[in-house]
Design a protein. Sequence first.
Length: 256
Amino acid sequence: MIQQFSGKPGGATTKRRYSRPAQDKHASDAEVKRATTASAIGNATEWFDYGIYAVATSYIAHHFFEPFEYPMLLTLATFAISFIIRPLGGFIWGPLGDRIGRKGVLAATILMMSAATFLIGVLPTYATIGAWAPVLLILLRVVQGFSTGGEYSGAATFMAEYAPNKRRGFFGSFLEFGTISGYAIGSAIMLFLEFVLTAEQMTAWGWRLPFLLALPLGLIGFYLRNKLEETPIYQDHQDDQANNTSGDSKQKDAQD
């Protein structure tokens, strides 16, 4: 893009090149839609857990932190720890995605995230295994936060690199749609169970059911992502690196 401005006395016009439009990497409409769906489902699975955990805090406090002095405070601190660990996940998963590809990273993060949520649903309580129960719960929340750090940034990059230049904002918005939808669905399922089950049933086993749903959701997301190719931009970058490496090798051989 060329910007024109008057930078000299007398109104002389100077042209300055300050940017240029990026080349649009063409992917078919079907590929873009599949990439958008796979990215949105991953974020929905991520925030599905946050939604059910937020509503289930009273049950979690009862089963995992009841013997302690401030069970609800510890439950909320365990909820917060995944947010604290998220930047670390972003720092590690982001550069890893640049090296090995977005697809592999997103497949790993959604499996880790859904598996950790599922394990919370089958985790023994303090009454069964003692202090190991809250310790394991905290470790699973750390895994969720770590995987989430790579999930959100990786999915945003994946979606943006697949979307056409002039519709990148539109397709990128579905990432946030998946986030809010996952949180809302998780909360709604938990509240629905509280409506149809008795208080004793919810306390005994009902609170675990939404956590178990995370595993099939994660497997669906993994399947959709596994069917996709790497983004066109990433593939071009890999080809350029391969060509540069080949050119350097030939130049070195010629010098020898």
